[in-house]
Design a protein. Structure first.
Length: 135
C-alpha cells in the first residue's frame, strides 16, 4: 500500500479515503496509528481526506479518545479539516449543539465560516420544521 502514497502516487485522496474508511470501520485507532506512521508519505490531497476520515470514525467509537487526540495534536496540519468533518458529521446526526461547540476550535476562518453557515442552515431548518408541527 505504501507504493500508493505520496506525490507521485496514482491513488487519489478519494482512494486513500476509502481504504482508511474501511480500516477505521473495524478499528479506528489502528487505522489512525497506521496513518500517523505514514504521514510523511501522504501527499496533501491524501492527508486532507485520510486523517479526517480516521478521526471521525474514532470519534464515533470513542469520543473521549478523539477529544484527547485533538487536544494532544493542536498543531496537526489537518486539525481544522478534522474538526470540520466531525462537526458536519454531528450536524447530519442532528447533534447541532455539540457541533456548535466544536466550531470555535477551527482556526481557519474560511473553514470555520463554512461550518457555521452549515450549522445555521440546519438550525433554521429545524426551527422551520418545528413551527409547522401540528401539536
Amino acid at each position: 500500500l505504501e507504493n500508493y502514497l505520496g506525490k507521485d502516487s496514482p491513488a487519489t485522496g478519494n482512494a486513500v479515503q476509502q481504504i482508511v474508511r474501511s480500516a477505521a470501520a473495524t478499528d479506528p485507532l489502528a487505522a489512525l496509528e497506521w496513518l500517523e506512521r505514514r504521514a510523511h508519505l501522504l501527499n496533501e490531497t491524501q492527508a486532507k481526506s485520510a486523517f479526517p476520515t480516521a478521526l471521525t470514525a474514532l470519534a464515533e467509537k470513542d469520543p473521549e479518545r478523539f477529544t484527547k487526540w485533538i487536544a494532544d495534536h493542536p498543531d496537526h496540519p489537518q486539525h481544522d479539516r478534522i474538526i470540520e468533518r466531525y462537526a458536519l458529521d454531528l450536524r447530519h446526526k442532528g447533534k447541532l449543539e455539540e457541533a456548535r461547540q466544536w466550531s470555535p476550535t477551527i482556526r481557519d476562518e474560511k473553514i470555520r465560516a463554512r461550518v457555521e453557515n452549515s450549522l445555521r442552515a440546519a438550525e433554521n431548518a429545524r426551527a422551520k420544521n418545528r413551527s409547522k408541527a401540528p401539536f
